[in-house]
Write a protein that binds this ligand. Structure first.
Ligand code: MOS
Length: 693
């Protein structure tokens, strides 16, 4: 009966492969009409006039909503959490591609045709398109990590320690704008029934969407019903309630009919955030024994205009806690540009920050002539060095050992260009991964039958990560019944509250609620007898998060093959070993691990959003020119799950597995490229032209 940990097949797999899983754009709502976004063609300025004449007269057109005639939004309560602008509330244009009008028509074809005929006259300002040119105007974030901590931290005296050290690196790393590009673009169907709003939308957080839309439209949260049973991937870009969902609801109100607004692939580049470009300055130093004596990590990340909100990429988080170094300083600054608002993208902060951190650690190992794995082991943090707390658990040493063993790391030649296969240079690199273990309050409802069947409901989400399956396993395990006896339902704001599916925290947050509700229902049935017992419970994290530092860990090992004449870089082998705590499902976990590593390979070698310097327009807003890894780019990936039975972090011992596997991949690849070629590339993606020097 015990199914936790086993590779149970996805309970929703059949629905998905037969096309019966219904995504936001696919709900058959009667009387439905279609909305299309019109986007700005300038990078900064104001709208002087909108000429809708020709468009208004076109067949099927029901409304053209512009800043001149758009309903005013209430912007109350939960709207503070929403992305407030740009929502057609004023004439300002803050970035190229900003939504400046919405056309509603009977059919999608009619709406698109009319949208192409809306003529907008602008008063143009000069856009700031380059973060690097505006670095001198960097400013500290106002609300770093939601105000939980200041943007800067320091322990010891890193500058004095640096000056007197035996080995030093003083380097700048750069990461580009990246876009999430889940398979399913954003889509929303909105319908008003009087003052009640129903929204079918692709979201990582139905509770957040409910709160945000209620605040924006000035109605009670219970009058907003969010429905989202399936999500075709998110990676962070469906975490906020972005303008298209709000504009769909606004359009439905204007025309008095249900409205569908499906964002196009191109609009995915300007409608729902991105991983901001970062410039990171690192000064690391070690003594002649290979002990880190100084680490300084100053991070700058790209922002939109501040009026649109705030997001800072927390690149220094791992630098604070990963190594036992007595003198450490990190800082975070923002650089405003005429771009849309950035947001979290798979492993926010850690993905970008760890590329710089784990590359610079490799550089220091090279300077010391020390094996980079040995260097990391010499600086292993037995307890969390920044807060001086014990780790709830840390099996990183086992990750290093098992990963190195599986990869054959001991056979590595440290000398660049020394491993060859004919004209191909071979390089081996490694890096550490880490991601914090988060948990938030969650609730669950269970109806347990005397026949051992159970209905479990939580207002959580399944992004394709396996929530349906894993929660069914947790319920089945708790009740001691086969998984087939569980019916787990999610994706409806009428169900008990759960947090956003982000920060790798769904199992740690929702799992304990499901477990507790199942226990409560079983106790009731045993006590009272009868055919059925119901239970609803709320659970929240306890004292443990104050007493312990909670993090997942991993070790990434990669082999690259670089053509000595052509500079072409191929990844030929990959081993990742991970301590993600207790694993709920070996099969979905392996999928997450492989998926994260592939995401990391994209960051290392392919992904980059290009912005035109004149206009601020994104020039590769499509997945032909925004490159992501395809099967031919991905080698055999070996994933190792290092056992860890700790139950301190949360009642299930799950430390989070969604973001961990992508952290460190880019650094491992860059370190392997150095080992192959002798060229240290301090930016991603690493391209042919970077190694042909
Ligand atoms: Mo994840 S970037 O926290 O959705």
């Amino acid at each position: 009966m015990a199914s936790i940990g086993q590779g149970v097949d996805r309970v929703d797999g059949r629905l998905k492969v037969t096309g019966r899983a219904r995504y936001a754009a696919e709900f058959p709502i009667s009387d439905l009409v279609h909305a299309v976004l019109v986007q700005s063609t300038i990078g900064a300025g104001t709208i002087a006039a909108v000429d809708m004449g020709a468009a208004q007269a076109m067949p099927g057109v029901l409304a053209i909503i512009t800043p001149d005639n758009a309903p005013k939004l209430a912007m109350k309560g939960g709207a503070q959490q929403a992305v407030r602008a740009p929502l057609l509330q004023d004439n300002a244009v803050h970035f190229n591609g900003q939504h400046v009008a919405v056309v509603v028509a009977q059919t999608l074809v009619q709406a698109n045709a009319a949208a192409s005929q809306v003529r907008i006259r602008y008063r143009r300002d000069e856009p700031v398109t380059s973060m690097d040119a505006a670095l001198a105007q960097a400013y500290p974030p106002k609300n770093f990590r939601n105000g939980e901590r200041p943007p800067d931290s320091r322990r010891g005296d890193p500058d004095t320690a640096f000056d007197g050290a035996a080995a030093k690196v003083d380097v700048t790393y750069i990461t580009p704008i990246e876009h999430h590009n889940p398979m399913e673009p954003h889509a929303t169907i909105a319908r008003w029934d009087g003052d009640r709003l129903t929204v079918w939308t692709a979201t990582q957080g139905i509770s957040g969407a409910q709160q945000s839309l209620a605040g924006l439209f000035g109605i009670a949260p219970q009058d907003v019903h969010i429905v989202c049973p399936f999500v075709g991937g998110g990676f962070g870009c469906k975490g906020n309630t972005w303008p298209p969902a709000t504009l769909a609801a606004m359009a439905a109100k204007v025309v008095g009919r249900p409205v569908k607004l499906a964002v196009t692939r191109a609009q995915m580049f300007t409608s729902n955030g991105y991983r901001p470009r970062t410039v990171q300055k690192l000064r690391f130093a070690a003594d002649d024994q290979g002990r880190l004596v100084s680490m300084r990590h100053d991070g700058f990340s790209q922002m939109s205009q501040p009026v649109l909100g705030e997001f800072s990429e927390p690149v220094g988080l791992a630098t604070e806690m990963l190594y036992a170094c007595p003198n450490v300083a990190v800082s975070h600054r923002l650089v405003a540009t005429n771009a849309s608002l950035p947001t979290y993208m798979r492993a926010p902060g850690l993905a970008s920050g760890n590329f710089a951190l784990e590359s610079a650690i490799d550089e220091l190992a090279v300077a010391l002539k020390m094996d980079p794995l040995e260097f990391r082991l010499r600086n292993y943090a037995e307890q969390e060095p920044h807060q001086n707390k014990p780790f709830a658990s840390k099996a990183l040493r086992a990750c290093y050992q098992q990963g190195a063993e599986a990869f054959g790391w001991s056979r590595r030649s440290a000398e660049p260009r020394s491993m060859r296969d004919g004209s191909v240079l071979i390089g081996w690199g490694m890096a550490t991964s880490t991601y914090p273990t988060h948990r938030m309050p969650a609730s669950a409802y269970v109806r347990l039958g005397a026949d051992n069947s159970a209905l479990v409901r939580v207002g959580t989400q399944d992004l394709g990560t396996g929530t349906y399956t894993v929660m069914s396993q947790i319920a089945a395990n708790t009740l001691g019944v086969p998984v087939e006896r569980i019916r787990f339902e999610l994706g409806d704001s009428a169900f008990p509250h759960a947090p956003v599916s982000g920060g790798s925290m769904t199992v740690a947050s929702v799992g304990p609620a499901v477990k507790a509700a199942c226990e409560a229902a079983r106790a009731k049935l045993q006590r009272d007898g009868g055919e059925v017992a119901e239970a609803s419970v709320d659970v929240k994290p306890g004292e443990e998060e104050h007493r312990y530092a909670m993090h997942a860990f991993g070790a990434q090992f990669v082999e690259v093959r670089v053509d000595a004449e052509l500079g072409e870089i191929r990844v030929s082998r990959f081993v990742g070993a991970f301590d993600a705590g207790r694993v709920m499902n070996a099969k979905t976990a392996r999928s997450q691990l492989i998926g994260g590593i592939v995401y990391g390979l994209g960051m290392a070698l392919l992904e980059e959003t290009h912005v035109d310097g004149e206009t601020g327009r994104i020039v590769n807003a499509n997945i032909a020119e925004y490159l992501v890894p395809v099967n031919a780019d991905v080698p055999d990936i070996q994933t190792i799950i290092v056992p860890n039975d700790e139950l301190v972090s949360n009642p299930l011992g799950a430390k989070g597995i969604g973001e961990l596997p992508m952290v460190g991949v880019a650094a491992a690849v860059a370190n392997a490229v150095y080992n192959a070629t002798g060229v240290r590339v301090r930016k991603v993606p690493i391209r042919i032209e970077d190694v042909l020097v």
